[in-house]
Design a protein around this ligand. Structure first.
Ligand code: BT5
Length: 242
């Protein structure tokens, strides 16, 4: 219930102390015809990343899934993932955290590029319109209990109020999902990947080149020796000069 979490956000809040996964809970609510709900948990016991990877979700983090029913074809849904990455980055930066985005959906901090947040978007629907989308957002708060290449908000900012952070995040996400052009422009502005040498693994193979741009709805354009290649989904690694 919204009152328990004390938020005045553009989404109804469904708060839990502990859940296996906020995305799983949001998918249940999707089956019950709910919309514009943000599921929030203090802890996840079975948090998931992309490709069914495990996502560490110790108590005190920001584990959040937004359920919505936008008027979008499934092929355009990646723009919501970009919008979520932008919203996380901008609110983190408002807290003085030097966050930036690695394509497509990782929020990293500083030169070491340790991972602050990740996003997992799931959806269901027909070819012309999604019936629902769940945008799962995991933001580390305390740096303890995380993988070695991860970081938390409190490693870089002293004053982190999770409720206020979630409230600001949801408001920013709501504004950006209504304005995909703005989301894309803001994504470019906060991108760490553009201009870098990258290695991108997709289901079909590996692409090495220089990341040039991101195009609607979230396609990475990589300049390779054989010309530009457009990548819709994959894992991206920034290649640093030795
Ligand atoms: C992601 O996957 O980055 C998406 C993570 C989404 C988590 C949120 S939390 C709320 C909602 N409910 C869920 O169940 N999930 C969403 P991917 O790009 O595949 O990265 C996963 C990899 O990041 C793992 O294989 C680990 O190497 C690493 N990892 C695991 N836990 C981490 C953490 N807390 N912080 C940083 N990296 C982590």
């Amino acid at each position: 219930p919204a009152i328990e979490f004390g938020l005045d956000a553009p989404f109804t809040i469904d708060y839990h102390d502990s859940l296996p996964s906020t995305n799983a809970r949001a998918r249940e609510l999707a089956a019950e015809d709910e919309t514009d709900v943000a599921v929030v948990a203090n802890e996840q016991t079975g948090g998931r990343g992309r490709l069914d990877r495990a996502w560490r979700s110790p108590p005190g983090g920001i584990w959040l899934s937004v359920l919505c029913r936008p008027d979008l074809p499934p092929a355009h849904a990646p723009v919501l993932t970009l919008a979520a990455a932008v919203a996380v980055t901008e609110i983190a930066r408002e807290h003085g955290v030097e966050a930036g985005i690695k394509w497509p959906n990782d929020v990293l901090v500083g030169d070491e590029e340790t991972k602050l947040a990740g996003i997992l978007t799931e959806m269901e629907g027909e070819a012309d319109r999604v019936s629902w989308v769940v945008v799962g957002i995991g933001i580390n708060v305390d740096p303890a209990g995380l993988p070695e290449d991860a970081t938390g908000l409190r490693a870089h900012a002293t004053d982190v109020d999770r409720r206020a952070f979630v409230q600001d995040l949801l408001e920013r996400f709501a504004a950006l999902r209504a304005d995909p052009e703005e989301a894309l422009a803001a994504w470019r502005e906060h991108a760490l990947t553009l201009g870098q040498r990258v290695r991108v693994s997709t289901g079909d193979g590996t692409i090495v080149g220089t990341a040039r741009d991101v195009e609607f709805p979230g396609t990475l354009v990589v300049a390779t020796d054989n010309g530009p290649v457009r990548v819709h989904a994959g894992d991206c690694e920034h290649l640093r000069p030795a």
